[in-house]
Design a protein around this ligand. Structure first.
Ligand code: SF4
Ligand code: SF4
Length: 437
């Protein structure tokens, strides 16, 4: 355990008293619904955190409950006393992580993953290129035919089946770091590429920048950016999350831009909370607040720019799976639907309970596979009630999860990022259209 601060401080103990145990959050919590147990509810988890901070139970006693929390923050949207559940959860994870004694191999593996691979653009590009090689050489087909994917650890074979086709290394290398607005420039923005997004969904990142420039933004892609730190924070690796935040804050200070734009609900949610990583009143806290003010989801910027005309009619019905982190943390709710309504011919049919988490939740679907699939089944029963041919979402994890859900259920629906859907409707700069009339 850390020597500098007590367990109570580490776990934000004082904040546990904000919970008055009213239970309003219970119906909003997906794990309370699927696991039907108080210890897997927000109220139960907070009670366990309090007892652990008071050392009346051990950290091990609360670990299962904490690990099975999705971090979806649905509970925070209904809590009447505004309990800071996100801070409590991060504190609990940090305390559990700090208390673990690990083998040398485990430490080296985690260091490689969290310090070397995830934060490195080169490392994530290499992962994307390796996936391309796997797909392009026929290895993927062979592995699927011989059912080798079914013996992959952590159920990774399930997700391998729903990965999108990767761009070639040459296409990846052709990325430019500056794109001029394709109509009169309304603003200059920095684009945040993300680690998973850029590695596995590189094409969606390219499409995102294309959309922004068509809509009237000049886009820069700062080379010094790094992973947002969400994966580190969710794993209880608080110090490493701070390192990533500092690097991104410094990156933005070197750019004269109006916004830093991302297209991944999870990354955006981490970045809008950078100020919470630093002590109030400190210089880093002040700098983090300046950063946070500029973080925007791409849907917010496209709505603000209002610079596109969609020229192709999409005669189809879609349903929309909102990213929990985007709606519950960033509180971006209306903009994605407003953009879909601009597409001619498109019909948006909402699910009965769209804000129920899909079960992806960072790497929850990998490390808590069975629980995640129960949540996904509940989500898919809602999806199947719609007459949609596609499930639209705005986060890489949700995207893979919805593709997997459609595949497991055999619904034939596409899982698609909103940016891809917008591009299918061939958006053109409004000004260009006016000139051609
Ligand atoms: S709604 Fe808020 S105060 Fe009530 S039990 Fe849940 S977390 Fe506690
Ligand atoms: S973050 Fe989500 S899963 Fe965790 S307690 Fe809150 S509502 Fe339940």
């Amino acid at each position: 355990m850390t020597e500098q601060i007590s367990l109570k401080e580490l776990m934000n103990y004082e904040k546990t008293f904000d919970c008055v145990q009213c239970g309003y959050c219970l119906p909003a919590c997906p794990t309370y619904e699927t696991m039907a147990s108080e210890k897997h509810s927000p109220r139960g988890r907070i009670q366990l955190m309090k007892l652990a901070a008071e050392e009346k139970i051990t950290l091990d006693d609360m670990e299962d409950s904490i690990n099975k929390c999705l971090g979806c923050m649905a509970c925070t949207t209904v809590c009447p006393t505004n309990v800071q559940y996100g801070s409590l959860l991060e504190g609990a994870k940090h305390a559990i992580e700090s208390s673990k004694s690990k083998s040398g191999v485990q430490k080296k593996t985690e260091k490689l993953l969290f310090d070397t691979l995830i934060p490195s653009t080169k490392g994530m590009n290499a992962l994307g290129n390796a996936t391309w090689l796997y797909q392009a050489t026929g290895l993927q087909k062979m592995a699927q035919k011989l059912k080798l994917t079914s013996i992959a650890p952590l159920h990774l074979g399930q997700f391998e089946r729903v990965l999108p086709p990767m761009p070639t290394p040459k296409e990846r290398k052709a990325r430019v770091s500056f794109m001029q607005a394709q109509q009169e420039e309304k603003m200059k923005v920095a684009f945040f590429t993300g680690c998973i997004m850029d590695s596995l969904f590189f094409t969606i990142n390219e499409q995102s920048m294309e959309l922004l420039t068509r809509a009237g933004a000049t886009v820069v892609v700062p080379e010094s950016q790094t992973c947002c730190g969400a994966l580190h924070a969710h794993a209880g690796r608080h110090e490493q999350a701070i390192v990533r935040a500092k690097q991104n804050i410094e990156m933005l200070e070197n750019e004269e831009v109006v916004y830093i734009v991302n297209n991944a609900g999870g990354c955006g949610a981490q970045m809008v909370q950078y100020d919470k990583l630093f002590e109030e009143g400190s210089d880093w806290h002040r700098r983090a607040l300046q950063f946070v003010e500029k973080v925007r989801d791409i849907t917010q910027v496209l709505v603000e720019l209002d610079g596109l005309d969609y020229t192709t009619s999409l005669q189809q019905t879609v349903t929309y799976q909102p990213s929990c982190h985007m709606s519950n943390v960033q509180r971006v709710v209306d903009e994605p639907k407003a953009l879909m309504k601009q597409i001619p011919g498109l019909r948006l049919q909402e699910m009965q309970d769209p804000h129920f988490c899909c079960g992806s939740a960072g790497i929850y679907n990998i490390v808590q596979y069975d629980e995640s699939m129960k949540i996904l089944d509940r989500k898919m029963s809602d999806v199947k009630e719609t007459e949609s041919s596609a499930i639209v979402t705005t986060n890489p994890g949700c995207l893979l999860q919805m593709k997997l859900g459609a595949e497991r259920e055999g619904t034939g629906q596409r899982g698609i990022h909103l940016v891809e859907l917008l591009m299918e409707a061939d958006p053109q700069p409004k000004k260009a259209k006016q000139e051609s009339l």
